[in-house]
Write a protein that binds this ligand. Structure first.
Ligand code: SF4
Ligand code: SF4
Length: 174
């Protein structure tokens, strides 16, 4: 039947000649391609022995920052959670007591702060939304694990470790 578009091409199969019938030229041609690829530089990286350098734009695991006095910067305003398209962030806010002034910079802080790394798409919107410069995606990549619950990172994994303030003042004086 004639097709409506009339773009159909009729392809006629030519009968094979002698060389095509014995297949040897095609086999040698195929072997030539294989040998050529055998001596090419392999682009595969033997991870973890070899590691590719990360790009400058790499966004890794989040870290919740401390100020120059070692106090947590996050004030549990929730803007990061609101801006997150994957709804990966949850937190519980708490009031800072008088004795906790050395721990938290603002009067309100996050007593619980969790990010579900299985939901996160590392878009960086939480970092952009934060008015306190408290969250950055400057950590390493999130490591593999076996259980889903282990991908919910709490403050124990997110808050950056306390640094030695004496070291910082020494560095400034140099
Ligand atoms: S990087 Fe994007 S997806 Fe991940 S927690 Fe932040 S806002 Fe959500
Ligand atoms: S990380 Fe920043 S945006 Fe998120 S709750 Fe803390 S202060 Fe607010």
């Amino acid at each position: 039947m004639q097709s409506l578009s009339n773009r159909k091409k009729v392809i006629e199969q030519k009968p094979m000649n002698f060389w095509e019938k014995i297949y040897l030229p095609a086999i040698f041609k195929g072997l030539g391609i294989t040998i050529r690829h055998f001596f090419k530089k392999i682009p595969t990286i033997k991870y973890p022995e070899e590691q590719r350098p990360y790009s400058k734009n790499f966004r890794g695991q989040h870290s919740l920052k401390r100020d120059e006095q070692g106090r947590e910067r996050c004030t549990a305003c929730g803007l990061c959670a609101l801006s997150c398209p994957a709804e990966a962030i949850t937190m519980t806010a708490a009031e800072r007591t008088k004795d906790e002034k050395h721990l938290y910079r603002e009067e309100k802080y996050a007593s619980v702060y969790e990010i579900n790394m299985l939901r996160c798409i590392f878009c960086g919107l939480c970092e952009e939304a934060c008015p306190k410069e408290a969250i950055y995606l400057d950590g390493p990549h999130v490591t593999a694990d076996y259980l889903r619950k282990d991908f919910i990172y709490g403050k124990d994994k997110l808050v950056e470790p306390k640094f030695d303030i004496t070291m910082l003042t020494q560095e400034k004086s140099i």
